[in-house]
Every structure is written in structure tokens, then in C-alpha cells.
Design a protein around this ligand. Sequence first.
Ligand code: FES
Length: 257
Amino acid sequence: MKSTQYSDKVLNHFRNPRNVGTLEGDDVAKGKIGNPVCGDIMEFYIRVKDNKIVDIKFKTFGCGSAIATASMITELAMGRTIDEALKITRKDVADELNGLPPIKMHCSNLATDALRDAINNYKEKQKAKPTEKKTQSAQRTITGVDTFLNHGVYHTVEDMSTLKDKRVMVLDTGKKSVELALEIAQRTPRVVFVTPAKEISVPPALNTKMKQSDIKVLRESELLEIKGLNEVEQVHIHDLNEEEEYDLFVDAVIILQ
Ligand code: FES
């Protein structure tokens, strides 16, 4: 390829860039890199689920080659695991575009580096919050689950009407538990949602519904014990942030499986 010649694929991605824009939400990680050669800037946004990139967007103040490489890399990274995406090199992107003029190879660094920055940002965020695994292991050690199973402790809710006006605690076991809590909140104003995380990890629309509901969310908290005589009457909660423990009166505890 001549030093100034662009392949049809580069021109195509430059004229019709894929995945331009930004992403928002607690489950989004962002990367931002400046190109030391030309001073241009690239931002990447990724949404990761089950360790895979399920959504990706970019925004750049770079040149046509930067736009084309960023567009190309979004297509290469989409659906890959974060470790696979980390292995994408500027050569992979240039090859996929059928080559870039040598003078423009530095532009392809911008996209690969910004994607790596976003992935590193995602990894940092993961380290900062308790993982789902921790949530599950915490649940395994709750005292009283077996004792009160079907006497106030439920793994499924067959009939919502039985929870009408009850004090109901729902444990964070993922998206389904959030949806269930919202549904229960239509039958009773006394729903408490317990999560070990700083923020509930669900799509933004669901998060907004939670915020607009009357559900009381106990963040950075875990359920230690369920107590009562024949039925559930109280739960013992550990506030992970304050390192405090306290009791709450509840009629039912929902731990979806
Ligand atoms: Fe700055 Fe291409 S010249 S990114």
C-alpha cells in the first residue's frame, strides 16, 4: 500500500462508523487516551456481562484513520471476553481493515489503547465491589434458611397475594431478584432489598425503577441469621460499611435460586 492510500474498508468505516456514541450506567466502564503523536483523543465505553463485552461505543476527536480503526475494533471486540479483547493489537485492526498507510499506524494505537483503558477500568471496578460469587457464598452461610424454609423463607414466590402488606426482605441474587422486589412492592409498601454491593448491578432502566419505588435498599449489607419461633420474625443484618450488626423485624425472606 502506498503511504497515502486508504483501503475501501477503511473508507467504509470512516464514512459509516459503527458504534459511535457513549454508554451510561453503573455497569459501564470508560477508557480515555490521548495520542502523544498528534494530540488527538479517543474515548471507549464498554458494558460487560458474564465477562463478555455486550455493548461498546466510542467517541473521538481523531482523524479519519482513528475513526475507522475505532469503528473496526468495536466490531472485533463485541461479544468477546475481556481477556480476548485485551489481546486485540493494532496490527489485528489494521489487517482487518486491509491495511493502513504506514504514516497513519499511530492512529490505530489510539483505539486499541482506549479499549484497553476501558477494560482496565472495568477490572478496577470489579475489584472495588463484592462479586456475585461473594453474594452467593454469603447466602450459603445464612443461619436459619433451612429451619424456616416455607415458613417465611422462600426460594420462589408462587402467589404474590400471600405477601400483601407483609414486611418482606429480598436478597440480591441478580436481575431477577430486583424485578421480583419491584413486583412485591406493588402489594406491600414494606419491602427491603439487601445487597452486599455499593450499587445494584442491573440495567439503568431497572435501577431507575428501584430508585423511584418505595423499596428500602440496604447497600453493603449481608443477611447473617433468620430468627423466629415457628415462622420468620426477625433477621440479623451485618452492615459491611460500618462494621455494625443489627436486627430487623420481617415476615418473609425471599432468596431466589
Ligand atoms: Fe491524530 Fe490520526 S492524526 S489520531
